[in-house]
Write a new protein. Structure first.
Length: 324
């Protein structure tokens, strides 16, 4: 009995720092933000501090910018299926037992270790190495000179982050579609960048781990039955990867709804014309630029509610699909 008590006290002693850190730095701020969402808390004291009930949430439902930035967030998530499919294809390629494969896996995973800010500078239209390289190739390989000789204007590197156009034709500052906005713009550049950085990231590692756990007996049985590579993938590999794919989809969806802050803060400041402002960056604007901490807290909890509801729906239907 005395030994159990000693072991219990020792366990509490080891767990206490982590538990206290969770209370102070995670649970405490979360509960504090929930309380703040029902107040008029404003850091510049333009309005008296008071408990206002659901007024922040009612104002949020009438806030046109909230719906615009939610639409931006959903648009930037269009690259998630492409990134997941790319991670699967890359994982299958890197799962082959070939010489030097460890080095290839390291190279593809390397951008994950790189600072996000450093990666984003690549896409800067003024001094990023991508546009600098394209400009050098166009001018030093004689491409632009040849175009000018035949009466065609010289080519310019793309202005990745300066256009408000997009592939769906979403209007600027309005929740509607317009043909004038159809094209490639800043939002599409962010999608391309996100896909480029995500394909060789953690999802690839998860797929690599899942592929190594697929029983080889299943492939041998499929080969005996005359199945080719495609049928083996569809009837053996894919069903075995379903739990991993389900987890990746859920986590990617959650990350997509929460994402976009770093890109907007570092690369675009939410522009041009607010087309790259996401919900997470809108929370930053309201809280730390306009100092409306109560309203920013309400946006945070509205975002949490959306993530919670969509995750529950995903778990319900995803679990049913896997069981079927």
């Amino acid at each position: 009995m005395r030994r159990r008590r000693t072991d219990f006290l020792a366990a509490v002693g080891f767990l206490a720092p982590n538990f206290l850190g969770f209370l102070v730095f995670t649970a405490g701020p979360v509960l504090f933000s929930l309380a703040a969402a029902f107040t008029s808390w404003n850091l510049d004291r333009s309005a008296p501090f008071a408990f206002i009930g659901l007024d922040n949430f009612a104002a949020l439902m009438r806030d046109q910018y909230f719906w615009l930035y939610l639409l931006n967030t959903l648009y930037l998530m269009l690259g998630i299926p492409i990134a997941i499919a790319g991670s699967l294809v890359l994982a299958m390629m890197l799962s082959q037992r070939l010489r030097g494969m460890v080095a290839y896996r390291t190279l593809f995973y390397l951008p994950t270790f790189t600072s996000g800010v450093a990666l984003m500078i690549l896409w800067n239209p003024d001094f990023g190495p991508i546009n600098v390289t394209l400009d050098w190739l166009l001018n030093n390989l004689g491409i632009n000179r040849a175009l000018m000789l035949i009466g065609i204007d010289p080519l310019q590197p793309p202005a990745w982050l300066l256009s408000t156009k997009n592939l769906l034709g979403l209007a600027v500052e309005q929740v509607e579609l317009t043909a004038q906005q159809f094209g490639l713009g800043a939002r599409d550049a962010l999608i391309i960048m996100g896909v480029w950085t995500a394909i060789g990231g953690n999802n690839m590692l998860l797929y690599l781990a899942a592929l190594t756990n697929v029983p080889q007996d299943l492939y041998e049985a499929a080969s005996i039955d005359g199945a080719g590579k495609w049928k083996s993938f569809w009837n053996v590999t894919w069903p075995q990867l379903m739990p991993t794919t389900f987890f990746i989809c859920i986590m990617s969806f959650i990350g997509g709804l929460q994402g976009g802050f770093e890109q907007a803060r570092v690369m675009t400041q939410g522009g041009p014309a607010g087309t790259t402002t996401t919900i997470s960056y809108y929370i930053y604007i309201k809280g730390f630029q306009q100092f409306q901490m109560g309203y920013a807290s309400a946006i945070s909890w509205a975002l949490f509610s959306m993530i919670f509801v969509f995750t529950l729906i995903g778990w319900r239907f995803g679990s049913r699909a896997m069981n079927d």
